[in-house]
Each structure stands twice: as structure tokens, then as C-alpha cells.
Design a protein around this ligand. Structure first.
Ligand code: BES
Ligand code: MN
Ligand code: ZN
Length: 505
């Protein structure tokens, strides 16, 4: 789907669009554009608002067709008002959600072209951030995944969909910055949608090898991609990751992406969990917990997505994107509960549950990342169901051995509207992943705190390197569509957050 968002110097009533949209704060009188629209329809907008008890809550909207001839007073076919909620609570994320709602409403009304202007705000002055958040909302919510729609649902070429969004900046003072914001949003959403596609594709289509080959597509001027074959992984001693892959017919594949811009002062490793399907292995998952497990490579997909735009964003930091792709299956050669495997750094791991496979693969991925002496390691992993119990579907967890790093990530998440919450690396829980007969065991032993014990398992593999672990099990995939900017399925959580975080170097 192609959508163009642009700035126009014309007034909201001067553009022939399918819908002209004005924004209103809760409890506020109609003013500005809303007033222009209301006057054009001789006050029927304000009458309808009164009759329907429209409160202008965030994302609440009214859309009405114009039946009388408005001549040159108003060129749009329909008008709409969209609520911004309480003016004091207005944030960029509200604007992002409003953008998403506007797009949803327009799709539903079969509008191809809409016009609106940015709301006035006393707390946000930055025109670039403003248009970026709004454009992100519009673009993020407009994502569709049609790869598997067969003949019955073939797209009707005559079906209308939103193609053009005009933002009126009649005074034109901010136009330049607004355009920058829109361009930034386009870049970020393009990468996010690439991640969504990768995660939404089934595990039959995205095998470890396919995922690795996909990463190669982003090779560029400053970006190289090295593929680690299963043999190479064996030579490196990645026996933990390889153990997980043994139950599958698909061999493991490692990927090492390197972005090296000239003059970079810091080196950051991004490590992604890359389990292309998680059946649980011999500790098989119940049927109702298994069908969404194509999402278990979302961490790696996000790493690919972020790396794909580093050059475009002109980021000044060296980035290493690393993942070890495997499929967790219960085949005849599968690793077993009770087995002890030796990770790349020599740590022995007692496998007590083959469904706690993510941490076993990450043990080697983190060791490999550490071997390049990065200043910071960040891993992203759909690691624990316990994280969904703790924080719900929308919120990811961050656990870090470095307070400043955690703070930076939390701030970035705040800015990009990707909910993130810190959980502690609580020292006493380290004992819960100590094995009686090996160095570590891969489960905490059923005393709760599963997200923390998983992180305590990972911690030794990064040593003293400042490290943050993001458990994205909740937000990476949704069957509930609880956020307007996030359609059914993969969300691409983390792309904007990490891009923003990296822009701080
Ligand atoms: N990939 C799952 C975690 C997961 C669950 C991701 C739900 C997304 C949605 C992970 O490999 C897993 O199975 N974890 C187990 C760990 C347990 C066996 C200690 C879990 O959370 O049940
Ligand atoms: Mn699992
Ligand atoms: Zn998993």
C-alpha cells in the first residue's frame, strides 16, 4: 500500500478532499479549523456534537457527509471532528494515537484523500516531533498483511483506501520541520512494517536460513552481513544454540550484521532471539499456546529492521546486529530434558525444560557479541510468558546491569510511545538458575519471577559489559488489537525505540 503524507499551504476548507478533519480538546469550544468547518455547514456540526454528547475524548470521532451545496466555502465531501482528550494530558503519544484513529476512520469511510491541520498545543512546541508522531500513527495503523489471502479475498482494485493525507499549514512557519518529521516517520514505519512482515510470515516460510538470507538484503555502503553456517557455529563452540536446533530438520544459521560509519566513537551490539518456531521441543507446548509461536524470532526481526535504516538515519554509532536462528522442534535428534550442553564460553547448562530454549540460544549469541568488545549490549527476546503475566500484552520489560543504560532505554520508549517497564536483576534470584550438577540450569524452578530468573540466566554471558535485556514477549504480537496504531499480528515493537536510543550517540 502506498500512502503519501504532505504539507499544504492551503486552508482546511480549500482542498478538495474526501474528509476535512478538525481536532478538538475535551471540554473546549469549537475553534480554529473546527469552527471553519462548522460555519461551512451552517452550524450542523456543533448541533450534532451537542445532540450526540460528543466529549472529545482521545480518538473519539464524528464524521458527517455534507448534503447541501457548500460551493467554494468548503471543498471536502465530508467533515469530521476528532477528540484530543484533556489539553493538559496532551503528549506526542496522544497525537500518535489520534493519527492512528484518523487513518482508521478514513479507511472505514472509504476516503482516499483527507485534510487536517496539526492541533495547537501549549506543551509541545516542536513542529518536527509533532508531524512525526501524527504521521507515525497514520502509517503504523494503515499496515495490512495480505500475503496469505487466497483467491476469495483477492483485493478489489476498485476498493477505496486512504492514499493521500494533507496537513494544512496555512501560515507555513513550520513547513520545513514538519516535512522532516514526516520523512522520519516514513523511514521508521517502513522498517517497522518490514519487521511485521517477517514476523507475520509463517514458520513454514521463514526458516532459519530464510531469516538469514533476509538479513543479507540490507547490505549497503557501510553495512556488511556475515552468515555463520552450522559448521562455523560448531567451530566457534556454539553448542548450546546448536542443541536447540537439533530437533528440527532445519539447520541453525548465525547472522552478524556490521554497520561501521566513519568516525563512530561507540560500538553497540544488538542481539535478537531468533527461534523461527517454538513448539517447546520435547517439553511440548499445549496446542493453544503454540500457534502464535512464529513470533519467536521477533527479536531478530527487530534487529534486522533497525539495522536496515541506520544508514538512512545517518547514525554515528557502530552497530553489530547478531542472532542465531534455530527452530525448536521435538524431532528424533532433539535435545532432551536432563541433557547438559556446553555453551561457547564453556559454561555448562543443565536443560530441565526444552521450552526455555531462548536463553539457551542467547547464551551463545551474547558470548559471540561480547567477543567484539562492544560498549553496550542490548538483547531483544520474546523470552517469557511470565512477562505477559507481569506486565500484560502492551508492555515490554527491561532488565539491566547498568542504571544509566536502563534509564536511556526507558526515556527512548517514552518518546516513541512503546511502553517499557523496568524489572530488577534481583541478586538472590541468581541462585534459582544454579544447577546442582552443572553451572546453570535453564529454568528457575517454578517459584515465580520467570522474567527475572531468565535474565539472571543470561547475565553471566555478558560479563561486565553494560547490558540491557528487553523481554518483548507481550508487545511483539497481538491477537487483541488493543492499540489503534497496531493492527492484528506482529507489531514491530522496538524498532522506533532502538532507532531513537541509537540516535543519542
Ligand atoms: N517463546 C516463549 C515465550 C513466549 C510466550 C513468547 C508467549 C511469546 C508469547 C519461550 O521460549 C518459552 O516458552 N518460555 C517458557 C519458559 C518456561 C518453560 C521456563 C514460558 O514462558 O512458559
Ligand atoms: Mn519456548
Ligand atoms: Zn521461545
Amino acid at each position: 500500500m502506498y500512502m503519501k503524507i504532505s504539507i499544504t499551504p492551503k486552508e482546511i476548507n480549500e482542498v478538495s478532499a474526501d474528509i476535512a478533519i478538525a481536532f478538538v480538546y475535551q471540554g473546549a469550544k469549537l475553534s480554529g479549523d473546527a469552527l471553519i468547518l462548522d460555519r461551512a455547514v451552517s452550524g450542523s456540526l456543533s448541533r450534532l456534537i451537542l445532540q450526540d454528547g460528543f466529549e472529545a475524548k482521545t480518538g473519539q470521532c464524528i464524521c458527517i457527509p455534507i448534503l447541501q451545496d457548500t460551493g467554494k466555502v468548503l471543498l471536502a465531501r465530508k467533515i469530521a471532528v476528532v477528540g484530543l482528550g484533556n489539553k493538559k494530558m496532551f503528549t506526542l503519544d496522544v497525537l500518535r494515537r489520534v493519527g492512528a484513529t484518523v487513518a482508521k476512520m478514513s479507511h472505514a469511510a472509504k476516503a482516499e484523500k483527507i485534510i487536517c491541520s496539526m492541533p495547537e498545543s501549549s506543551n509541545i512546541k516542536d513542529a518536527q516531533k509533532f508531524s512525526q508522531a501524527f504521521a507515525e500513527g497514520v502509517l503504523l495503523s494503515s499496515y495490512r498483511f495480505h500475503t496469505y489471502h487466497g483467491t476469495q479475498k483477492k483485493k478489489d482494485p476498485k476498493q477505496k483506501e486512504l492514499k493521500e493525507v494533507y496537513i494544512s499549514e496555512s501560515r507555513n512557519v513550520h513547513a520545513k520541520n514538519s516535512i522532516l518529521g514526516i520523512t522520519q516517520a516514513e523511514t521508521l514505519v517502513q522498517a517497522t512494517n518490514m519487521v511485521r512482515d517477517l514476523v507475520n510470515l509463517t514458520s513454514a516460510d521463514v526458516t532459519p536460513l530464510v531469516l538469514a538470507q533476509y538479513a543479507k538484503k540490507i547490505i549497503g555502503k557501510n553495512i556488511s552481513v556475515e552468515i555463520l553456517s552450522q559448521e562455523k557455529m560448531k567451530k566457534l563452540g556454539m553448542m548450546a544454540a546448536l542443541a536447540v536446533a537439533r530437533g528440527s530438520v532445519h539447520p541453525a544459521v548465525g547472522v552478524h550484521i556490521v554497520y561501521k560509519p566513519s568516525g563512530a566513537k561507540k560500538r553497540i551490539a544488538l542481539v535478537g532471539k531468533a527461534v523461527t518456531f517454538d513448539s517447546g521441543g520435547l517439553s511440548l507446548k499445549p496446542a493453544d499456546k503454540m500457534h502464535t509461536m512464529k513470533c519467536d524470532m521477533a527479536g531478530a526481526a527487530t534487529v534486522i529492521g533497525v539495522c536496515s535504516i541506520l544508514e538512512k538515519l545517518k547514525l554515528h554509532v557502530e552497530v553489530h546486529g547478531i542472532f542465531l536462528a534455530v527452530e525448536n522442534m521435538p524431532g528424533g535428534n532433539a535435545y532432551r530434558p536432563g541433557d547438559i550442553v556446553t555453551a561457547m564460553d564453556g559454561t555448562t547448562i543443565e536443560v530441565l525444560n526444552t521450552d526455555a530454549e531462548g536463553r539457551v540460544t542467547l547464551a551463545d549469541a551474547l558470548t559471540y557479541a561480547k567477543s567484539f568488545s562492544p560498549d553496550v549490549i542490548i538483547d531483544l527476546a520474546t523470552l517469557t510468558g511470565a512477562c505477559i503475566v507481569a506486565l500484560g500484552e502492551d508492555i515490554a520489560a527491561v532488565l539491566s546491569n547498568d542504571k544509566k543504560l536502563a534509564k536511556k532505554l526507558l526515556d527512548a520508549a517514552d518518546e516513541t510511545g512503546e511502553p517499557l517497564w523496568e524489572l530488577p536483576l534481583y541478586e538472590p534470584y541468581a541462585d534459582m538458575v544454579k544447577s546442582k550438577i552443572a553451572d546453570l540450569k535453564n529454568i528457575g524452578g517454578g517459584s515465580g519471577g520467570g522474567t527475572i530468573t531468565a535474565a539472571m540466566f543470561l547475565r553471566p554471558f555478558v560479563g561486565d559489559t553494560p547490558w540491557a535485556h528487553l523481554d518483548i514477549a507481550g508487545p511483539s504480537y497481538t491477537e487483541k488489537e488493543s492499540r489503534p496504531d497496531q493492527p492484528y499480528g506482529a507489531s514491530g515493537y522496538g524498532v522506533r525505540l532502538l532507532a531513537h536510543f541509537l540516535s543519542g550517540f
